[in-house]
Design a protein around this ligand. Structure first.
Ligand SMILES: [Fe+2]
Ligand SMILES: [Fe+2]
Length: 285
């Protein structure tokens, strides 16, 4: 009998990642049903929403976003994006996170299970219009929590601003000082870094762009979800979609689904190494 029958492959933890919903602009009621169907099929452990849940940071928009995200009956981890701040003065500076926290309690949430530890970082800044940053003390705080993950648990960090360049045109700048941010997250043991903001899907394993000594640093999969909302429907280059991750002992699989009016299309399946070893090595020498 083949070993896989004796030991059926235990599926790894799965995460459904949405970003940039921009509630308050156009909404498609049929999309919520389609997400529910996708959840039924892929069985994620939780939903991660990486910011810009709303378009103008208004109370009603925050309420709609939270209601829709929670209606799937799964835990939801949400961090704010630049659009989740109040658009109006002085609220943007006097109570920047009040509406977000009213729905989500905190702008830097933590999700912990036996198989996953996720740390959310708030990279949006009231005094910046679009761009974002992460302070050293936020990175230290993330490191403290990542260090407490159970053995073998997938260590994930979520922020709104991207660390990778956009595959298509974008004027949006990545998170400020991204070399420092990425280095700190690698050092603290992050294995998967999730973001949004550019409304385009992009996924890369760190060793695709940073040289690592043989047998050296761990890989990190850096992933940006396509936008799920579409605040500027006439703008080209803004697909709508989401990502589903599955982590196994030595691999992270990323599925990219795009929205096609009548449902989801799986447009990419990508596999990345998890840990120090590449996907294959010895047999290629
Ligand atoms: Fe956005
Ligand atoms: Fe954004």
């Amino acid at each position: 009998m083949p070993p896989e029958v004796l030991h059926p492959r235990r599926p790894g933890p799965r995460i459904l990642h949405v970003s940039d919903l921009h509630f308050g602009t156009r909404e498609d009621p049929e999309m919520a049903d389609a997400i529910a169907a996708l959840i039924e099929r892929t069985e994620p452990e939780l939903i991660v929403a990486s910011g810009d849940l709303t378009h103008r940071g208004r109370r009603a928009q925050h309420e709609s976003a939270a209601r829709v995200l929670r209606a799937f009956g799964l835990p939801v981890l949400a961090v704010p994006g630049n659009h989740d701040l109040p658009y109006t003065f002085p609220a943007r500076f006097t109570r920047p996170w009040a509406e977000f926290e009213r729905m989500w309690q905190t702008t830097e949430p933590i999700y912990r299970s036996e198989r996953v530890l996720i740390v959310g970082l708030n990279s949006a800044r009231p005094w910046r219009q679009q761009s974002g940053g992460v302070r050293t003390r936020q990175l230290e705080w993330a490191a403290e929590h990542l260090a407490t993950a159970d053995d073998g648990a997938l260590r994930v960090v979520v922020l709104h601003h991207h660390l990778l360049g956009a595959p298509w045109r974008s004027r949006k700048k990545p998170v400020a000082d991204r070399n420092r941010v990425l280095a700190a997250l690698v050092e603290s043991g992050a294995e998967l870094i999730l973001a949004g903001h550019i409304h385009q899907g992009a996924v890369s394993e760190r060793r695709e762009f940073e040289v690592a000594t043989p047998g050296g640093e761990r890989g990190v999969t850096v992933s940006i979800a396509p936008g799920l909302g579409q605040p500027r429907p006439n703008r080209r280059g803004e697909a709508r979609g989401l990502h589903v991750y599955e982590a196994r002992a030595h691999e992270i699989d990323v599925q990219t689904y795009v929205w096609r009016r009548d449902g989801w299309a799986l447009t990419a399946e990508r596999r990345f190494p998890r840990g120090r070893e590449p996907l294959a090595y010895a047999e290629l020498r």
